[in-house]
Ligand binder design. Sequence first.
Ligand SMILES: CC(C)(COP(=O)(O)OP(=O)(O)OC[C@H]1O[C@@H](n2cnc3c(N)ncnc32)[C@H](O)[C@@H]1OP(=O)(O)O)[C@@H](O)C(=O)NCCC(=O)NCCS
Length: 190
Amino acid sequence: MSLTLVTPTRDYLPAYVAALGRGWSPDTTAGGEATRLAQLEKIATDADGFLAGLDDPEALAGDVQLPDGSMVKRLPGYYRWLWDGDLVGAIGIRWTPGTEALPPHVLGHVGYAVVPWRRGEGHATAALGLLLPLAAESGLRWIDLTTDPDNVASHRVIVANGGRLIERFTKPEAYGGTEGLLWRVALTLP
Ligand SMILES: CC(C)(COP(=O)(O)OP(=O)(O)OC[C@H]1O[C@@H](n2cnc3c(N)ncnc32)[C@H](O)[C@@H]1OP(=O)(O)O)[C@@H](O)C(=O)NCCC(=O)NCCS
């Protein structure tokens, strides 16, 4: 089965929980392990609420906690799970309505993570390619992504999808104040 992006539902939840149980986190920031544990807890107590929070283009869920613990207002956004008969990873998008601009604490429109045991099979490249037309439908003319300077696999995912490097920048203190790379992918309506 080829890779698809699926809206998170109860059908896929056991495979997602299994991936979390194997130590994978969809959160690629320093807060990844805390996110993994928080998601397992939320799924155990309120699976439907957890799933609803992953598909929130109206920003109806509550505020968001940054890696340093500070709280910020949620942007509209949603996650899709990478699925090829099993859970392969997750990709998320968030945006500010009516503009490509993002608040300084939001490191890019799109983030993705592939489970370690399925990396190097082209899934992240395919997933970003599948997300681009969806991003265009949200009214965005481009998406920004940020990576660590040494995350070569992610650089290649972005470049393979037509992205170009914009600049090197310093991440906000909430993300550790380290160096990052800003990338941009231009979108065309399908
Ligand atoms: C980055 C990540 C999403 C890539 O997922 P993936 O499905 O393995 O990526 P792909 O298979 O599509 O590979 C993309 C490219 O990176 C290359 N690549 C894969 N792993 C690599 C590695 N460890 N070092 C260097 N290049 C690598 C592949 O060869 C491929 O290059 P090519 O298109 O020139 O052949 C995955 O490594 C991951 O989940 N990492 C942790 C989370 C993360 O860093 N997310 C991105 C945050 S910006």
